[in-house]
Ligand binder design. Structure first.
Ligand SMILES: CC(C)(COP(=O)(O)OP(=O)(O)OC[C@H]1O[C@@H](n2cnc3c(N)ncnc32)[C@H](O)[C@@H]1OP(=O)(O)O)[C@@H](O)C(=O)NCCC(=O)NCCS
Length: 200
């Protein structure tokens, strides 16, 4: 069974995950018997045992820890997510000290390979800093990180999740479309409430 089929199977089981630092569903299911579902027809196939896949080790998704900071920011830089006007350290500080935001990291052998920041503004859920290490792309990790972030937001009562994609980031736009995200008929406006770093 490949990684994508496994994720389809585990999707429903993720809803039962109680703690953000528990192993991700795909990790927890390794060695267990599960029903698989054929992608095309939706028919249930016979029971299958999920085996650890040593070539594409399962991602362990957990809350950010202070010891992750340098690796996390290096990941954001490798994924071209940092901008001169956003201090990544300050972004981490704000997220980890807020009750309404979180940073989840995806690790293999406790090495950070993926991240996502999620926040609830009291009305909508928002996603920032979704990143998968360039050498681990196209293995379903981005989809896994988004599934965990969506669960986190849903658990806090967010009825809808939104995100912003920078102009020209066609890869991210195609990725989010594959996950069911739709272009919204809105214009994003912004205004600095502190002295604009762009003016410096
Ligand atoms: C965008 C990003 C997170 C995707 O991560 P990933 O682990 O490679 O994506 P996945 O393997 O989980 O792909 C999930 C789905 O998106 C699709 N997808 C991913 N990249 C795609 C692309 N360039 N074009 C079309 N579809 C794409 C995959 O085909 C897959 O669909 P499927 O499951 O139906 O086959 C990763 O490319 C990244 O870190 N980019 C740099 C940072 C960035 O731009 N972040 C978003 C900021 S808004």
């Amino acid at each position: 069974m490949d990684q994508r089929e496994r994720l389809q199977v585990t999707g429903a089981l993720r809803a039962g995950r109680a703690r953000a630092d528990a192993p991700s569903a795909s990790s927890r299911l390794q060695g267990k018997l599960v029903h698989t579902c054929e992608r095309q027809t939706g028919r249930l196939a016979p029971w299958t045992r999920i085996r650890p896949d040593s070539s594409a080790m399962a991602l362990h998704i957990r809350d950010f820890r202070e010891a992750d900071r340098a690796a996390l920011i290096a990941l954001w830089e490798a994924c071209a997510l940092t901008r001169p006007w956003n201090d990544p350290d300050a972004d981490v500080d704000r997220a980890v000290t807020s009750r309404d935001a979180t940073i989840l990291v995806g690790t293999v052998d406790d090495v950070v390979f993926a991240s996502v920041m999620a926040g609830h503004d009291g009305h909508r859920g928002w996603i920032y800093y979704l990143a998968v290490s360039p050498d681990r792309k196209a293995r379903g990790h981005g989809r896994e990180m988004m599934a965990e972030a969506e669960l986190w937001l849903k658990a806090r009562g967010a009825p809808k999740v939104q995100l912003m994609v920078r102009q020209g980031n066609e890869t991210a736009a195609a990725f989010y479309t594959a996950l069911g995200y739709e272009r919204q008929d809105v214009t994003v406006l912004g205004k600095w409430l502190t002295p604009s770093p762009e003016a410096e």
